[in-house]
Design a protein around this ligand. Structure first.
Ligand SMILES: Cc1cc2nc3c(=O)[nH]c(=O)nc-3n(C[C@H](O)[C@H](O)[C@H](O)COP(=O)(O)OP(=O)(O)OC[C@H]3O[C@@H](n4cnc5c(N)ncnc54)[C@H](O)[C@@H]3O)c2cc1C
Length: 362
């Protein structure tokens, strides 16, 4: 049976590597991760929301897939997820969605939606918030998710190497050669799961994937007691989210206007992680908090605990609707290379479903 090499040990690379070994019987599966640890990039620095649809009133497909994948994720990674009460509050002005539209949309995707009770509704300024809803969601602990992924890889018998950067994938007489850290490894099939570096590693012959990169700031705060364990998302436009971040026992704070510091369309010439390293990273948490406190005044009493910066990579095709579909491309060298980008953590089940339909080289 063939040898598969997976480049990139984020959540996607780890899950795909384990799947290839356990479900597809691939003889040897090697996972090469450039960083010293698995799941240290986007799979760590993110909002940690297990999406269940509410966040995507403008993208029915993303919302619907979230409804399907949410229970699967919670079942598979229950030890890494924590349920919490989530408030979705619709702004009176500049919201792309009205309460009526939100209610109809939630009915369409089968998502329970109840008006927030008075003790929660009063956390918001009624002059700016048209309607607040209270629902149950889950957050994942990215550190526990990393341990779960490591365990899956170990149990599956995947050979994991960290600190090993894949630099190229070339055709070889009987398959592919993967260059990594000065070594050359033969492979029958390669999975490119390098997220922000997806297009770079795919190389100039690969089709353009239509990626956009953002240097993002996720602030970490300790909210006042009335917000503890509560997630707050003001929608749907240039607003904010403040929700539990279990990996640090804090809340993350992100703001549509201030979280992305810098963005550019992928053109192949810049390594997004090099851009991140060189970036000055001056926090905008004050601006995030000031604006958030207009809608939920109590948040002004939050204490700031720091910020995490990373590169967020999205598909330019979804700029308008905020959807987060998967990118799944089979390309190059007689279809031996797969490039995969997951828009969010729970989409991994969509990727594994797509993979089921693919014949792998013998
Ligand atoms: C700010 C932000 C907020 C988000 N919020 C949420 C959320 O609330 N809920 C949700 O579900 N999703 C969220 N997401 C999206 C989610 O984080 C990603 O979809 C997911 O983590 C992608 O996983 P991945 O494995 O593809 O990428 P990553 O975790 O980035 O893994 C890619 C790995 O590839 C490695 N790598 C890169 N190049 C090479 C190379 N040449 N050789 C070897 N290794 C290489 C990197 O070091 C990295 O470890 C958010 C993302 C961001 C950035």
């Amino acid at each position: 049976m063939t040898t598969a090499i997976v480049a990139g040990g984020g959540f996607y690379g780890a899950m795909i590597a384990a799947y290839l070994k356990t479900r597809r019987g691939v003889g040897t599966v090697r996972l090469f991760e450039a960083a010293p640890e698995l799941l240290g990039r986007a799979s760590l620095v993110n909002q940690a929301r297990v999406h269940s649809g509410y966040h995507y009133p403008r993208s029915f497909t993303t919302a619907y897939r979230s409804r399907v994948n949410y229970p699967r994720f919670v079942e598979a990674f229950g030890e890494a997820t924590t349920p919490f009460q989530a408030v979705y509050a619709l702004a009176r002005r500049n919201s792309k969605v009205t309460p009526r539209q939100m209610e109809r949309f939630c009915a369409d995707i089968g998502a329970p939606l109840d008006p927030a009770p008075p003790q929660v509704a009063r956390l918001f300024d009624p002059r700016l918030v048209a309607q607040a809803y209270l629902v149950e969601e889950s957050a994942f602990d990215a550190a526990k998710l990393a341990r779960a992924a490591e365990r899956l890889l170990r149990d599956a018998g995947v050979e994991v190497r960290t600190g090993l950067e894949v630099t190229s994938v070339e055709a070889a007489p009987d398959g592919l050669t993967v260059a990594a850290g000065g070594e050359h490894h033969p492979a029958g099939v390669v999975f490119n799961c390098t997220y922000a570096r997806l297009q770079r590693l795919a190389g100039p012959e690969a089709p353009p994937f239509g990626l956009k990169h953002e240097i993002t700031e996720l602030a970490l705060v300790r909210p006042p007691p009335e917000f503890e364990g509560l997630g707050v998302t003001v929608m749907d436009g240039p607003f904010f989210s403040c929700m539990p971040f279990p990996a640090r026992g804090l809340h993350s704070l992100s703001h549509v206007r201030y979280t992305p510091h810098l963005s550019w369309a992928e053109a192949g010439e810049r390594d997004p992680y090099a851009v991140l390293d060189a970036y000055a990273k001056e926090s905008r948490v004050d601006r995030m908090l000031r604006d958030a406190a207009r809608y939920a005044p109590g948040l002004a009493r939050s204490t700031v605990e720091g910020s995490l910066f990373t590169v967020k990579t999205v598909l330019t095709a979804n700029e308008g609707d905020d959807g987060r579909p998967i990118l799944f491309r089979r390309h190059g060298h007689e279809g031996r290379v797969f490039s995969v980008l997951g828009g969010k953590i729970d989409n991994v089940f969509d990727v594994l479903e797509r993979l089921e339909a693919e014949e792998l080289p013998a």
